[in-house]
Design a binder for this molecule. Structure first.
Ligand SMILES: *Cc1c(COP(=O)(O)O)cnc(C)c1O
Length: 491
């Protein structure tokens, strides 16, 4: 299995074939594009039948081995077995006794259609990012040991990604994490989750400033290529291919759990920001999984909804990005979207490159086919099953209340965006699976606003704010930041 960049000419791709392990530790391709398989592996009906009986870990192994062909089967099997265990994904909800890693729950099965919730937040940080990040931690440790190398992950977080990365990398040999967050700007819960980690390879740096200051520091340090190389600095952001492919697994699991025969179809609604999660659904569909619709649900930051309604992709300026009560979807551009656009324009890398150059120079592109537009491929979007919808703060409050009243469960704000949009897209005969992307306890302020009472906390989290915290406070100063990194890597 070879990987190509969405911007690579076929000549450069042929000169430079990449395997899974080559792109595992990296981010963007050198040409600025994103990696994708040269072609998608296909899944047969017989395989799907056999996979119905598998545990989550074994299913992950079967899917990953189609993509990570340069990792020996026995090693991959050990890695997935170590990752997807009930010890890591304890079932966070008291009322679900089955030990599946991503259990389904039917919310509604009426004349309008069937509405199902797939739980993805039973990992250590109570958000779906654990599903991929935990595997990444084990893959990184494995790959670094094989090359006798080390890696220093350097990133900025306003919440979910940073904690998922830290919980995945804690105690891993060869890996250190330096994670910047805005000092005193995260919720008490999120702060406690990250800062209570005592592992010596985790460095929490509270920057005196806002999230943008943290991101600017990451950019400034990463732009110093000599420093970056010497300090072996890498990232774990959402464009990482291994993260995307790890997410493909739960689409298969959801499909297999919701159906009894491969003649049946299901649809998915996905609370979306950077298009990483739903991109995995798209890949599952391209592999032959019988998915009918893939519905992207956005909040007020509706870049993706706008594209799927109109064919116009128009990124926002940071100043035009709303701070919402589903903050992990507050994005100004969708960093994985290029992976779908490449497919939409018929895997034409030159075209893809030109369109995304236009994003940089003109803030977007238009594939609506209107006079003066950049193309007419929007007419082909339906072939890929994509639909969309958007949700607002008022919708979230109403949906959280409705779901509590109707089904007796408390959902988080991002999942509420998903349910709101999914309800508009129900169809009889095709189950609609909404991906639950976080637990309500992480976003308690809005739960309190909606329900007048606190979200329930899973066992082990009752009192995390009172645990001892380990972090340093630093001004937004590049020179000091580099000195701190160098001091702690010893490189
Ligand atoms: C990251 C995140 C999302 C958005 O996922 P993308 O892959 O960026 O589209 C949605 N909900 C929660 C809770 C998240 O943490």
């Amino acid at each position: 299995m070879h990987y190509v960049s969405t911007r690579a000419t076929s000549a450069s791709a042929a000169r430079n074939p990449q395997q899974f392990s080559d792109i595992l530790l990296g981010g963007l391709a050198p040409d600025g594009g994103l990696y994708l398989p040269a072609e998608y592996p296909q899944v047969t009906g017989a395989e799907l039948d056999a996979w119905r009986k598998l545990s989550y870990a074994d299913l992950a192994y079967e899917i990953l081995r189609k993509f990570a062909t340069d990792i020996p089967d026995a090693d991959l099997k050990a890695l997935t077995a170590r990752t997807y265990t009930p010890e890591v994904y304890r079932n966070a909800r008291a009322d679900e006794s089955n030990a599946d890693i991503t259990p389904l729950r039917v919310l509604e099965d009426g004349p309008q259609g069937k509405l199902v919730l797939q739980a993805l937040s039973n990992g250590p940080t109570l958000a779906f990012k654990d599903m991929a990040m935990q595997l990444l931690g084990n893959l990184f440790e494995y790959a670094l040991a094989r090359n006798n190398d080390e890696l220093n992950i350097f990133g900025a977080t306003s919440g979910d990604t940073g904690s998922a990365a830290e919980y995945a990398m804690r105690g891993k040999r060869g890996v250190r994490v330096f994670m910047l967050s805005p000092h005193k700007k995260m919720s008490a819960f999120q702060t406690a989750q990250m800062f209570s980690l005592q592992d010596p390879n985790i460095f929490n740096i509270a920057v005196e400033g806002v999230f943008d200051d943290c991101q600017d520091l990451v950019k400034a340090v990463s732009n110093d290529l000599e420093f970056k190389a010497r300090q072996k600095i890498g990232t774990v952001n959402s464009i990482n291919w291994a993260r995307v492919v790890a997410q493909v697994v739960y689409y298969f699991r959801g499909y297999l759990a919701a159906t009894t025969s491969n003649d049946q179809k299901v649809s998915f609604t996905v609370p979306s920001g950077n298009f990483g999660n739903i991109c995995a659904g798209h890949i599952a569909r391209m592999m032959g999984l019988p998915i009918d619709k893939l519905v992207a649900a956005t909040n007020e930051n509706d870049v993706l909804d706008e594209f799927f309604r109109t064919g116009v992709y128009r990124v926002r300026k940071p100043s035009e990005t709303f701070h919402t009560s589903s903050p992990s979807m507050d994005i100004s551009k969708a960093s994985n979207f290029e992976r779908f656009v490449y497919e939409l324009v018929g895997r034409d890398a030159e075209r893809t490159h030109a369109l995304f150059r236009k994003v940089d120079t003109h803030g977007g592109f238009d594939l609506s086919g209107a006079p003066g537009s950049d193309g007419d491929e929007f007419k082909d979007v339906a072939k890929f099953g994509f639909l969309s919808g958007r949700s607002t703060h008022a919708d979230r409050l109403a949906t959280i209340r409705d779901v509590a009243d109707d089904y007796g469960i408390t959902i988080d704000t991002h999942t509420a965006d998903g349910i709101k949009v999914a309800r508009e897209r129900l169809e009889p005969g095709v189950p609609m699976i909404v991906l639950e992307t976080a637990l309500a306890a992480k976003f308690n302020e809005t739960i309190l606003e909606a329900l007048g009472q606190d979200a329930e906390r899973p066992a082990g989290f009752e009192d995390i704010e009172s645990l001892p915290q380990r972090f340093v406070v630093m001004p937004a100063d590049v020179v000091r930041m580099k000195a701190y990194i160098a001091e702690h890597t010893g490189l």
